[in-house]
Design a binder for this molecule. Sequence first.
Ligand code: HSE
Length: 426
Amino acid sequence: MKKIKIGLLGLGQIGSGVYRILTRKKSLLQKKSGVSFEIEKIAVKSPGKKRAVSVPSKLLTRDAMSVAKNGRADCVIELVGGVRPAKDFVLAALKSGKDVITANKALLAECGEEIFKIASRYGRRVFFEASVGGGIPVIKALREGLVANEIQSVLGIINGTSNYILTRMTHDYLEFGQALAQAQREGYAEPDPSLDIDGIDSAHKLAILASLAFEEPVRLRDIACEGIRAIDQNDISFANQFGYSIKLLAIAKKTAEGLEARVQPTLLSKDHILSKVDGAYNAILFRADEVGDMLLYGKGAGSKPTASAVVSDLVDMAQGRPDKKTNPWLTKRRLKIKSGSSIQSRYYLRFSVIDKPKVLARISGILGDHGVSISDVIQTERKVGNVVPLIMLTHHAGEGAVQDAVKTIDRLPVIKGKSHRIRIED
Ligand code: HSE
């Protein structure tokens, strides 16, 4: 039976999950893949630390670079995360003749072209199923299952933490801070939650998905990114009254004017299939010319689902898939990126206004002057002379026009506080 020797970098949540599968499911994996996997060495920060799995101490080392370069291993699984020093380990492994399996979305989104150039120069492969959507086999589906298709758009809920927070705000009426604290207690959000709640984790993943979908490198800087910090209970409840839920969506679309790629809180009709994706779950909806709409749904994070994706890469690697030549990061970029200000969308606008006559007329006048037409208005509270929320939904309008109009409106003396603007995805 074919034997594959592995160097493992990192024994945190995902690393422990991989170790558990490789040791406890050894015979199942042998039966299903015809390959026997052996862990050669594991690099960890603290060898003495108590872990979810018990590992013979002779397998552990603090020296990650020696594991990356270890001549006895066939491949390296990088589960360190972040760009540095993970990138040094990945490049060292490739240069010393090993294939690499990684769950590191930041590394691929920020340095994909460099990593794959080195991999190609040294005749090695880099596998990254676990970098997007945790246990959902989205990379494989896109590369293999959808190979006959031209992809028109990708719409994803690809950050479980933000989706958990928005779900708790929607169903349990929590304020943002309370929902975030709950996400931290449940182990979804990190003590510093910025990567998740500011949309950066979703943007990393979208860069990878869009590169594969559109067969050219899509870089992190091509993606307009906005997180969910500014969403409050008012937005959730007004969106609900209009028949929408708020989701952090990662969107990539091929249009006649170029590629539109953004991560942003979005009002989605409650009838939209992604509206029903709740809690820490992820879902990715592809629209493609042959298959039509296709939805993948599952656990986007966590030890077991992510380890499941890493092990599927191991099997692919051992069985010689995929073809080394089909790689968007080695392709010359021709795609134009559509400018944010030219994107057309409907908008939800929330103004904090002094409740007095003519305010509504003044605001709608400014929107009208910028060519922005209003479809719905709500002002439920009546507190003459006090600050109340005024909500407007617009018809389709250019992002630039809406931005300019809101800037002008925010300077009116009757406006108190910064206005909220959220796109509506039809
Ligand atoms: N923190 C991410 C999430 C999982 O909440 O979805 C790892 O990318």
